[in-house]
Design a protein around this ligand. Structure first.
Ligand code: SF4
Length: 245
């Protein structure tokens, strides 16, 4: 597999994103690896903002698998019913909490296979937990990273796994730990889905997207009366000295 950007281009791409946000953090609120895992499971097809709103009341009261099992599915549902797909998510959170108690001494495992074996935990969730809770240089490909990888030409792929593998291969080691967050932030705030903000994008010259957006044309405003008046009373310009012939 070859990288579509040269080493110089990739270096420039990530250096610029790094300059914007040297120490990027997850926008999900959490208190420990367990609450991070729960928040990521809840965030599937939901916004971080919506999840944070629900967990702001949940996590102060429930921050361990034992407390979650004691709360139970019906109790958890009361906290998270504003989040999409909450019934299935409540079921998974209770089941994964049980599994953590029974098989992992109530701790979140620092291991991809063990994480992915938990109910409701897929590759993306495992990657986020490994990266954010344990500082591993994993790149979880969500909808934003999938779009940015494809649009820019940095890591084109038909599936999230393909994009992840390309990024894995092409992102230099020194950028890997934060690449996940830089790409998410770029996709969330600049390279947005419907109308990307290309005119202000810091990687515009590197990006291969053919349909980059342009600066909107300056609005044609009717001439203001005061301006017209000013022009009318403007003194004639002082005569410039004649150039020597
Ligand atoms: S130039 Fe436009 S399409 Fe390319 S990365 Fe920037 S915002 Fe996205």
């Amino acid at each position: 597999m070859t990288c579509s950007f040269s080493k110089k281009e990739i270096e420039a791409f990530f250096s610029r994103l790094q300059k914007l946000e040297p120490e990027p953090k997850s926008e999900l609120s959490y208190r420990n690896p367990y609450t991070l895992l729960v928040a990521v499971v809840l965030s599937a097809q939901a916004t971080d903002k919506g999840v944070n709103k629900a967990t702001a009341a949940l996590f102060p009261a429930v921050d361990t698998p034992e407390k979650m099992v004691a709360l139970g599915e019906a109790g958890l549902t009361q906290y998270i019913k504003t989040i999409g797909l909450y019934r299935g998510k409540a079921k998974n959170v209770i089941a994964l909490s049980r599994a953590l108690i029974e098989s992992h001494g109530s701790a979140v495992p620092k291991d991809r296979a063990a994480l992915e074996a938990l109910p409701g935990v897929g590759r993306k969730t495992a990657n986020v937990v490994l990266n954010v809770a344990f500082g591993e240089p994993t790149i979880a490909v969500d909808t934003h990273i999938f779009r940015v990888g494809n649009r820019t030409g940095l890591a084109p792929g038909k599936t999230p796994l393909e994009v992840e593998q390309k990024l894995e291969q092409c992102v230099p080691a020194k950028f890997k730990l934060h690449a996940h967050h830089w790409l998410i932030l770029h996709g969330r705030y600049t390279c947005v889905a419907r109308k990307p903000h290309c005119p202000t994008c810091v990687v515009r010259d590197l990006c291969r997207f053919a349909d980059k957006t342009e600066e909107p044309p300056a609005a044609k405003l009717p001439a203001r009366k005061s301006a017209a008046k000013k022009i009318a009373v403007r003194k004639p310009a002082a005569k410039r000295p004649r150039a020597a012939r």
